[in-house]
Design a protein around this ligand. Structure first.
Ligand code: NAG
Ligand code: NAG
Length: 553
């Protein structure tokens, strides 16, 4: 037997074994690293995992049986079914259960989860590449099985409900300014129609709505008004040209504030995208609106057409508008087309980018991706009433975040000379329970050793399950002078990737507060004479956390 026929023979055997098990040969459904068990449509499905999934920010919950919120491919690596090079995996859907266990296996750390509504398991699968499979059926299979159907099948079933691998919520901002003119406005609409078809918009696929940018932004239609390509294309055709300025900043602001809402059909948890089309350059400033979009977890793409020529640059109010607008200035979120007459070749690459969930970095926000540790001074000088005010202050910080199993987590330590872990980052799975726990922390009363308390918190709250850079925040609230050194322990915490905020009241020395706080001190150290003044720091502190998160991610 030649080497090739030996391989074919082997594949034939494996194929047969596999077919004996399933009813039909499976052509694997290609999925992405972030595809979760819950995204797999069938109760039994062979999928094809890409390589290097564990290098993405993927989450796995459970061991052997995984919560459906887990990444399928990362779970398969954890289980040892595939290696980091990817490959085929058979996924079985199971019911939800309690107590998914955490474990470290094959280089993947899985997390524990108290309960989830559905689960899955993974098993090895055999992938017969198409070119080989036709050879197998024609040459290598024994003639005794003439009824065997050829293995050929389209690689991916085309679902009627749209592209399931691209369930994005997309707002398109059409440029309707005076200088674009009616003709090019029509070309712009044609481009958008082609894009909508290429994206395979559908009830179970991407949803797309349109906002027109002129002097005043105008929502033409929302995400769920047209979920069939035909209807959508005809709705796009009917959009009227308005003219005026290109107030792109205003339009982005309008879209962030009023377009993406549950009332307007937003699907919870789906990545949100604003695709901004700009002819030439915008008339207004984009900075503030773009920051708001990023902080709200929205991925802004900028498609700029007929960018300003060198001799026009003098007229452009903000030359960095493209950089400022996008989710991240890494080239992925910007696309430049020389003219409205040559847009066709950009349709496909753009649709691929809009569908790359892994690359939509802004879907992860400071609100849903951080660990917050509260270090609470329980010394005698605070007093019972003021201790309540501290807890109220921390609760209002916590209230600003999306606390959940897969979102932001909070934990708390109280200290005097002693330290007490009140609750850990993994103790509460929802916001109400976490805030209730915070509100019911019993006041200790005693001395003040802030330095030791910081060290304790790093070791006992953060280090066991440290999140990535820019995601760990320690908020120290104290009302007085510490009896030990605070600077050393605070610097050690910062070295571990924990950003330290200090909030001082009454007798807390400002020098200590600044010594503890991360840089820049102005946005990480706060002081109030009165406990009643704490609430005013909630917003600046949350903002500062978001800035740190954005800078690091
Ligand atoms: C996967 O990662 C390895 C090591 O980092 C790299 O050499 C390889 O090119 C990656 N493969 C793909 C397809 O990204
Ligand atoms: C479009 O969707 C919005 C929000 O869901 C709804 O209020 C409005 O009535 C819809 N318009 C049309 C024409 O269907």
């Amino acid at each position: 037997m030649s080497n090739l026929s030996a391989v074919l023979h082997l594949l034939g055997i494996l194929g047969l074994t596999y077919r004996a098990f399933g009813s039909e040969p499976d052509v694997p459904l290609p999925i992405a690293c972030l595809t979760r068990g819950a995204d797999i449509p069938e109760s039994r499905q062979v999928v094809l995992c890409p390589p290097n999934c564990t290098q993405w920010r993927v989450s796995v919950f459970g061991s052997g049986v995984y919560a459906a919120v887990s990444s399928v491919c990362a779970a398969a690596v954890h289980r040892g079914v595939i290696q980091s090079s990817g490959g085929p995996v058979e996924v079985h859907r199971l019911q939800g259960r309690l107590n998914y266990l955490s474990s470290y296996s094959h280089g993947v750390q899985s997390q524990a989860l108290a309960r989830w509504t559905s689960s899955f398991t993974v098993a090895g699968a055999v992938y017969v590449p198409q070119e080989l499979s036709s050879k197998i059926t024609s040459t290598a299979l024994p003639a005794a099985e003439p009824e065997k159907k050829p293995l050929k099948k389209p690689v991916k079933k085309i679902p009627s409900g749209g592209n399931r691998d691209c369930q994005m919520e997309i707002a398109v901002l059409l440029d309707s300014s005076q200088n674009i003119g009616k003709r090019r406005f029509t070309l712009q609409k044609n481009f958008l129609s082609k894009l909508a078809v290429m994206l395979r918009v559908g009830p179970d696929g991407p949803h797309l709505g349109v906002v027109q940018t002129s002097d005043i932004p105008r929502t033409e239609f929302f995400l769920t008004n047209y979920t069939q390509p035909k209807e959508l294309v005809s709705a796009i055709k009917q959009i009227n040209y308005h003219g005026g300025n290109t107030n792109t900043g205003k339009a982005i602001m309008h879209t962030v504030e009023s377009f993406f809402s549950a009332e307007a059909g937003l699907r919870r948890g789906h990545p949100r995208v604003i695709m901004v089309l700009v002819d030439g350059w915008p008339s207004d400033d984009l900075g503030e609106a773009a920051t708001l979009a990023r902080e709200s977890g929205i991925n802004v793409f900028l498609v700029s057409v007929a960018r300003p020529a060198p001799e026009e640059l003098a007229m452009v109010p903000d030359k960095d508008f493209a950089k400022k607008a996008v989710c991240k200035d890494n080239g992925f979120f910007t696309l430049s087309m020389p003219s409205w007459f040559t847009t066709t070749k950009h349709v496909k690459p753009l649709s691929q980018r809009l569908c790359s969930a892994e690359q939509l970095l802004c879907s992860k926000t400071c609100y849903n991706s951080v660990n917050l540790g509260f270090l609470i001074d329980g010394s005698s000088s605070v007093g019972d009433g003021n201790f309540r005010l501290v807890l109220d202050f921390l609760s209002s910080i916590a209230g600003s975040f999306d606390i959940s199993d897969v979102g932001t987590r909070i934990g708390a330590v109280q200290f005097t000379y002693d330290q007490r872990l009140e609750f850990g980052l993994y103790d509460y799975k929802d916001k109400e329970a976490a805030i209730r726990a915070l509100q019911s922390v019993p006041y200790m009363s005693g001395g003040t050793a802030t330095g030791d308390a910081i060290t304790y918190t790093v070791q006992n709250l953060f280090l066991p399950r440290r999140a990535g850079p820019g995601r760990n925040f320690l908020i120290v609230v104290t009302d007085g002078q510490s009896y030990d050194d605070v600077r050393g322990p605070a610097l050690a915490a910062q070295k571990e990737g924990i950003t330290v905020f200090s909030v001082g009241v009454a007798w807390a020395p400002v020098d200590d507060l600044r010594a503890m706080a991360s840089e820049p001190k102005e946005s990480h150290a706060f002081f109030s004479r009165e406990f009643t003044g704490l609430q005013q720091f909630t917003q600046p502190l949350v903002r500062s956390i978001c800035q740190d998160f954005t800078n690091a991610n």
